[in-house]
Design a protein around this ligand. Structure first.
Ligand SMILES: C[S@@+](CC[C@H](N)C(=O)[O-])C[C@H]1O[C@@H](n2cnc3c(N)ncnc32)[C@H](O)[C@@H]1O
Length: 404
């Protein structure tokens, strides 16, 4: 990842020259802390400060905005009017060098590579992948076995993400789906980027508590799963239907469906864009790699089922413990995988894939029926309604017809 744009860069300030920074801060009456905050987070100073900064450096405010990559609609319009003039002075950056990648592991459905996803993608054909799922590092100073730097500036992190997202978009087939898993904070930036390149489908909130409560903030309780499609419509969209929530003790429904019980689809409830039923993978028994932010196979099963068919090609640029590749393999999808760090754990998981098939089947047993078999049995014992309660007998139907 390389520093590309930024507040200090456009002003010609060296971030490491603390003395110079303090002098500037003193002269313009804006604290060093604020200046560092604007630079490190790519945040445009408020308009009153912007006027002072621009005047002090003898440039105009739009130069700062362009330098920082922060575009108001007004600025976009102005640049757009002068597009041909500006573009003449811009050279297209070189495409990343393609390294010769050799698969470290193969199955009949997929190939696993070791290395940098950007360099792998450079050698992949445009419009060749049906589904992309990406769960990148979140820039939270986590120590990965690959020793990658997970603590870079926001500007750098956003720039790097846009780079690999652009490649994912290029290799995605028209009608193909792209899912991006990240913290809500980062996905606000990436949705802005994706909105101009793909069609927005959903911001899915996945209810998982991922840290301890922080006293100065709300308790972070959801991950953001962005769902986009290349061009207008997805080629595949077949979300599972979910079971009705029932009390684990009395088996009564937890929500009152009033007079609508008979109208409920026996195949289950429509998938919503808030998911409450994805378990975190915390327990050592289920966790395949102690140091990986491993995702639940239930999450990948849901995404893969919703947006791909058997035989489709799935690409995940950030292997981790290989959850995407394992689920793709179990669901008979083709897949392409890569991981910067060690890949032994992924290979091990794929070799022993049968172990996890059992869990996957347990999850799938609960889909596409309003009441899974076990719950239906318990409800019948307690004389509670099930979907079958509303199936009319032929005699009832004939009688009803006569009355009409
Ligand atoms: C959050 S983990 C992915 C976890 C995965 N979804 C799972 O369920 O097991 C992100 C992974 O991306 C890898 N990574 C980081 N930068 C990479 C790059 N440029 N190319 C390939 N892999 C990379 C890290 O080493 C880490 O293992």
């Amino acid at each position: 990842m390389k520093e590309k744009s930024g507040f200090f860069q456009v002003l010609g300030i060296n971030r490491d020259d603390k003395k110079n920074l303090q002098e500037i801060a003193h002269k313009i009456g804006i604290s060093t802390k604020s200046l560092l905050f604007y630079n490190d987070n790519g945040i445009l100073p408020p308009s009153n400060e912007l006027v002072i900064i621009a005047a002090f450096f003898g440039i105009n405010q739009f130069q700062i905005m362009i330098g920082m990559g922060v575009y108001s609609q007004e600025l976009k319009d102005l640049l757009s009017q002068r597009a041909s003039e500006i573009a003449k002075d811009i050279t297209v950056p070189e495409t990343p060098k393609l390294e010769n990648h050799k698969a470290v592991f193969r199955t009949t459905l997929g190939e696993l590579f070791e290395g940098d996803c950007l360099s792998l993608m450079a050698g992949m054909q445009s419009n060749s992948v049906d589904l992309v799922f990406a769960d990148p590092p979140f820039n939270l100073s986590k120590l990965y076995p690959s020793n990658m730097d997970d603590n870079v500036s926001s500007v750098e992190y956003i720039g790097w993400t846009e780079q690999w997202l652009s490649e994912c978009i290029r290799i995605l087939k028209p009608g193909g789906s792209l899912f991006l898993w990240n913290l809500p904070k980062w996905n606000t930036y990436f949705s802005e980027f994706l909105n101009h390149r793909l069609s927005f489908r959903h911001w899915i909130s996945v209810d998982i508590k991922y840290s301890l409560p922080i006293s100065s903030k709300l308790y972070p309780s959801h991950y953001s799963l962005l769902y986009y499609v290349k061009q207008e419509k997805p080629s595949v969209f077949k979300p599972d239907r979910l079971k009705m929530d029932t009390c684990p003790h009395c088996f009564k429904e937890l929500r009152d469906y009033g007079g609508y019980k008979d109208k409920m689809n026996p195949k289950g409830i429509n998938m919503a864009d808030v998911w409450y039923d994805i378990p975190p993978v915390r327990h050592a028994k289920y966790k395949k790699r102690k140091d990986a932010n491993e995702l639940s196979i239930k999450l990948l099963d849901r995404i893969i089922e919703m947006a791909s068919n058997e035989g489709d090609v799935i690409f995940d640029p950030f292997g981790g413990a290989g959850t995407t590749y394992l689920v793709a393999e179990l669901k008979k999808r083709r897949w392409i995988g890569i991981e910067l760090g060690p890949t032994e754990i992924i290979v091990d998981r794929l070799v022993n894939k049968a172990e996890e098939l059992e869990y996957l089947n347990q999850y799938r047993d609960n889909y596409n029926k309003l009441f899974p078999d076990k719950i239906k049995k318990e409800r019948l014992k307690r004389m509670l309604w099930t979907s079958d309660s509303f199936i009319k007998s032929e005699a009832d139907f004939i009688l009803e017809m006569k009355l009409v």
